[in-house]
Design a binder for this molecule. Structure first.
Ligand SMILES: C[S@@+](CC[C@H](N)C(=O)[O-])C[C@H]1O[C@@H](n2cnc3c(N)ncnc32)[C@H](O)[C@@H]1O
Length: 324
């Protein structure tokens, strides 16, 4: 498929925009974006697991697929600025647990792997383990997981977010996605630690939102929730993010995040039907009243977009489909 003559461009706020290209990402990145003009790339590529996409066949010989991921990394390296962050979300399957790491190794030829985040989709916490302060009256099981029918393998409840940078030394705004200290007794430590917030660490619990009807509410087989790219941008530093890119934008979860944050965004996908949905989602996002559109972890400081609190939610998932 050749490039669409006219990309979809949606103004969001303060002169910023979301631009969507129906175009091969590897060709589009260097064609549409200048050298070093991108601050953050957040993406989830096809995983080569045979997922049924509309315009892409997700089953290639492993070596060919990995070489393609290597080419993608090279293209991203060209457009990303020297202090940029490349967040790459990859999942696997029980019989092929090396896949995400094989991809990470390939991409690591062009970048330094600065952080590995575990995106937790579902978690079960025993009441005793949570401790008395949590006030649980029973154990907690939240989120949705990928059920695996097997007596050998466990249900799939997490994926990886590999954080790549040029030299491994990009300064992060860790408290922008921080969590409040549970122990409120040590006020001095709190003050030193930034007003009662600590680094969240490398496990992020981000459940999928509840959906009623798959075809209507999430017409794509493999999405991430918009909070995932939103947290990535906040971690990189919202004030240092002028432009964000997703080479495999799908139905636009990262575009929704960009609209929420007021950041310039460019996305690519081969499938025009997905891009239509992406544009509609961005439209709905910017049409929302501001206070309902914003959702993020508690922050120690108010950004231009304001402080945003997460609402833990339960719900159906795309890559995951059973509740905890
Ligand atoms: C894992 S999905 C991304 C989903 C997205 N994160 C979301 O939340 O909607 C991967 C996407 O890559 C697209 N794709 C596959 N090959 C591509 C290519 N060469 N260039 C651009 N997009 C491609 C597929 O159509 C699919 O929508």
């Amino acid at each position: 498929m050749g490039p669409r003559p006219v990309p979809t461009r949606i103004p969001i706020a303060r002169g910023r925009s979301v631009t969507l290209y129906c175009e091969d990402a590897l060709a589009g990145l260097p064609r549409r974006l200048g050298h070093g003009t991108v601050d953050v790339v957040v993406t989830s590529p096809p995983y080569n697991l045979g997922v049924r996409y509309g315009a892409y066949t997700d089953r290639r010989p492993r070596a060919e697929y990995l070489a393609w991921m290597g080419e993608l990394a090279g293209a991203v390296r060209t457009v990303l600025g020297p202090d940029g962050s490349f967040f790459l979300n990859v999942g696997g399957r029980p019989k092929d647990p090396w896949l995400p790491w094989d991809v990470a190794r390939e991409v690591g030829r062009s970048f330094v792997l600065q952080n590995v985040v575990h995106w937790v989709k579902s978690i079960a916490i025993d009441r005793g383990a949570a401790g008395r302060a949590a006030g649980l009256t029973a154990g907690l099981a939240v989120g949705h997981y990928k059920p695996v029918v097997s007596d050998r393998f466990l249900h799939g409840a997490h994926e990886y977010i590999f954080h790549f940078t040029e030299r491994g030394d990009v300064r992060l705004d860790r408290l922008a996605v921080g969590v409040p200290y549970q122990d409120r007794s040590n006020v001095r430590r709190w003050q030193r630690a930034g007003g009662g917030t600590r680094c969240r660490g490398n496990t992020w619990f981000l459940p999928y939102p509840t959906i009623r009807e798959r075809a209507r509410d999430r017409p794509h087989p493999a999405t991430f929730p918009p909070e995932l790219p939103e947290w990535c941008v906040r971690l990189h530093g919202l004030d240092r993010t002028r432009r964000m890119v997703d080479p495999f934008v799908g139905i636009g979860s990262s575009a929704v995040a960009a609209a929420r944050l007021g950041v310039d965004f460019v996305g690519f996908d081969l499938d025009p039907a997905y891009l239509e949905v992406a544009a509609a989602r961005v439209g709905r996002e910017i049409g929302r009243p501001r206070e309902r559109a914003v959702r993020a972890p508690p922050t120690r400081r108010s950004s231009a977009e304001g402080s945003r609190s997460p609402r833990p939610r339960r719900g159906g998932s795309t890559r995951a489909s059973a509740s905890a």
